[in-house]
Ligand binder design. Structure first.
Ligand code: HAM
Length: 432
């Protein structure tokens, strides 16, 4: 299922012109401190950091945006025709308290558009995200949208928010008092009901946006509306990473409990420059793949795609002792390999009959094929269907045709079939 979800993502991303990038699992710790932000929880508390044999300070990547930007700058991708569109699929690491939907090693499917054109790039990335979720069969995902303004707007607002909260310190929890000094905007994200109430009286960021940020957000919304993307404005959505500017968004799904965000993202206009590149407009997102797979709809096309690898393989076993000829593969080995060359998944099983059936059940195999002394001589195989208990005797040609019924999605492997006893098309002819 994971593979099918990833294949769907690759297909949709390619349609929008994104290509895959693979960055290392660990980077210099400094990259995340500068990129994600010293005051963020991710860098402050959640990194798996270590010192290597040459005394370098390294961290398992807690996210991949900073790493992709590092690669963009380091490999001179800013000199390529812009925008550069990259996606990644892979593990990330955060030392968080594990619970349902929150793991210390989790997986993201993410995309970054670098060197873009402002609001239109934000909308493009969101349209791609929604296209992916549609293709995965999601119908009730909520898109939460907000703007955190540009650095200028946010600076002004930050001051006013701190002024407001400073005089009401006693109504803040310990964590928020700490954040007042380090990262006051993060307080807006508080889940505490008392703090939520206080914040409802606080100055609102949207009243401090400068003209440029107002226009930016209006364009994003307009494009989304034009292309039929429903969203909900979420004025207190600020996200936990420091690099965001203007548009930020999160996607939430039902059925995940407290950890209901399956995707987060936004624009980050200053990050490329902060990491040594030229001023560059950029925007991206990351989907939590663990959570996404958890809430994949029952009728998701990805489930059907995953069926290519289910049911399990045909089990081929010996009925009694088979003759062993020195220097020759056993009849079991040979039949299994011939079936595989015709595109049918097959494995060999040995041991007594009960053991063979036990194994077949364990790997969700639909059928067991037996070869005995007699079968070898007559060139016929006996087959037993596991669910119905039906039995039959077939020659190899008929056997392959019977087996295909259990694996309608398989195709003969043309290259391998050349050396098989049966021509690859002999068994598919007339079936399609
Ligand atoms: P983030 O919101 O920290 O953003 O993570 C994105 C998604 O990863 C979350 O919405 C969630 O689904 C998943 N996730 C995060 N932490 C965990 C965890 N401990 N266990 C399971 N899933 C988790 C970023 O990482 C940004 N780099 C996104 C981005 C890309 N912004 C711009 N470009």
């Amino acid at each position: 299922m994971w593979a099918a979800v990833e294949t769907t993502a690759r297909r949709v991303f390619a349609r929008y012109g994104f290509a895959e990038v693979r960055t290392p699992i660990f980077e210099e710790s400094e990259l995340f401190a500068r990129g994600v932000g010293e005051s963020s929880d991710i860098v402050g508390k959640e990194m798996y950091s270590f010192v290597d044999k040459s005394e370098r300070h390294l961290s398992l990547r807690p996210e991949s945006t900073a790493a992709v930007v590092r690669a963009y700058v380091e490999h001179g991708m800013h000199r390529l025709p812009q925008p550069v569109k990259l996606y990644y699929i892979g593990p990330q690491f955060r030392y968080e308290r594990p619970q349902k939907g929150r793991y210390r090693q989790f997986h993201q499917i993410g995309a970054e558009l670098l060197g873009g054109r402002g609001a239109e790039s934000d909308a493009e990335v969101l349209l791609m995200l929604v296209a992916l979720l549609n293709e995965l069969g999601f119908k009730d995902i909520k898109v939460l949208l907000n703007t955190v303004g540009d650095a200028e707007s946010r600076g002004v607002y930050r001051q006013r928010l701190v002024q407001f909260l400073e005089t009401r310190r006693e109504r803040l929890g310990e964590e928020s008092v700490r954040r007042l000094a380090t990262n006051p905007l993060r307080i807006l994200d508080s889940k505490s009901p008392a703090e939520q109430e206080l914040l409802s009286e606080a100055p609102q960021l949207r009243d401090f946006l400068n003209e440029k940020s107002v226009a930016h957000f209006a364009t994003v919304r307009q494009v989304l509306e034009q292309f039929g993307v429903a969203y909900e404005l979420s004025p207190r959505l600020v996200r936990g990473l420091d690099y965001y500017t203007d548009t930020v968004f999160e996607l939430v799904a039902e059925g995940l409990g407290a950890q209901n965000a399956i995707c987060g993202g936004g624009a980050y206009e200053g990050l490329v420059e902060a990491l040594g590149g030229p001023p560059t407009y950029a925007v991206g997102f990351a989907i939590g793949e663990d959570r996404l797979v958890d809430v994949l709809p029952a009728d998701s096309p990805a489930r059907a795609e995953a069926q290519v690898f289910a049911p399990g393989p045909v089990v081929v076993a010996a009925a009694g002792r088979l003759p062993v000829k020195v220097g020759e593969p056993s009849p079991l080995f040979s039949l299994v390999e011939r079936l595989r060359r015709l595109g049918l998944p097959a494995v060999e099983a040995t041991g007594r009959q009960e053991k063979v059936f036990e194994r077949a059940n364990a790997i969700a195999s639909p059928v067991v094929v037996f070869i005995g002394q007699e079968e070898l001589q007559s060139g016929r195989y006996s087959m037993r269907a596991l669910e119905s208990g039906e039995r039959g005797e077939f020659d190899e040609f008929e056997l392959v045709r019977e087996l295909r019924k259990y694996f309608p999605l398989t195709r003969p492997s043309q290259r391998g079939a050349g050396t098989s006893a049966l021509p690859a098309d002999a068994v598919t002819e007339g079936e399609e």
